[in-house]
Design a protein around this ligand. Structure first.
Ligand code: HEC
Length: 163
C-alpha cells in the first residue's frame, strides 16, 4: 500500500510532472502563434481594403483634442509631437481613401494640406517654439473646414456621410 503510493507519485525520475507541464506550455505557445499568424495575414488585408472612413475622422477629432490639451499648463511637447505624428498618418489614410474613391481631387488636396500642417506641428514640437507650434496647430485645425464644407453632409437622423 505504502509502496504503491510512492510509485504513482510523480517524481523527477518518471518525469510525469515535467511532461504534463511541458504539454500545457506547448499548447499555449501554439495558440499564441496561430493568433499572430492570423493577424499577420488578415490585418494587411483590412488595411488594403481601408477601414470605415468615419473611424479615421473620429481619431482625427480625438487627436486634435489631445494635442490641444497637451498645450495646457506647462505644456507637454512629447504629447504634441506624438499627436502630430498620428495626425500625419491619419491624413495620409484620408488622402489614400479619397484617391482610391476617385472623383474628388479637391479632397485629396485638402488631405495633403492637412498632412503638411501636421508635419509643421511635429517639427515645431520637436525642434521649434511654442508660438510656432500653436500657429501650426491653428493650421491643422483650419484645414478641416474646407473639406467638411465640400464633402461632409449632415444626416437628418444625426451623424454624417460623405458627399
Ligand atoms: C479631406 C477631407 C477632410 C478633412 C481634411 C477633414 N475631414 Fe473630417 N470628415 C470628412 C468627411 C467627408 C466627413 C463625413 C463622413 C463621416 O463622418 O463618415 C468627416 C467627418 C468628421 C467627423 C465626424 C465623424 C463621425 O462620423 O462621427 C469629425 C469629428 C471630423 N470629421 C473631424 C475632423 C477634424 C478635426 C479635421 C481637421 C483637423 C477634419 N475632420 C478634416 C472629411 C474631412
Amino acid at each position: 500500500m505504502t509502496l504503491r503510493v510512492i510509485r504513482n507519485a510523480p517524481t523527477a525520475r518518471n518525469g510525469n510532472n515535467g511532461y504534463v507541464g511541458f504539454d500545457i506550455v506547448r499548447k499555449k505557445e501554439i495558440g499564441v502563434k496561430s493568433i499572430l499568424l492570423v493577424s499577420a495575414v488578415v490585418l494587411p488585408l483590412i488595411a488594403q481594403e481601408g477601414r470605415p472612413f468615419n473611424q479615421i475622422m473620429k481619431e482625427v477629432g480625438g487627436s486634435v483634442g489631445e494635442v490641444k490639451k497637451a498645450f495646457e499648463g506647462q505644456g507637454n511637447k512629447d504629447a504634441v509631437a506624438s499627436g502630430a505624428e498620428k495626425l500625419g498618418r491619419l491624413f495620409k489614410e484620408v488622402e489614400v481613401f479619397f484617391d482610391k474613391r476617385g472623383g474628388a481631387a479637391d479632397a485629396v488636396e485638402f488631405a495633403k494640406i492637412s498632412q503638411s500642417a501636421a508635419k509643421e506641428l511635429l517639427g515645431e514640437a520637436t525642434s521649434g517654439t511654442k508660438p510656432g507650434a500653436l500657429a501650426a496647430l491653428a493650421k491643422v485645425s483650419g484645414s478641416c473646414q474646407g473639406c467638411h464644407d465640400a464633402h461632409r453632409e449632415k444626416l437628418p437622423e444625426g451623424g454624417y456621410t460623405i458627399k
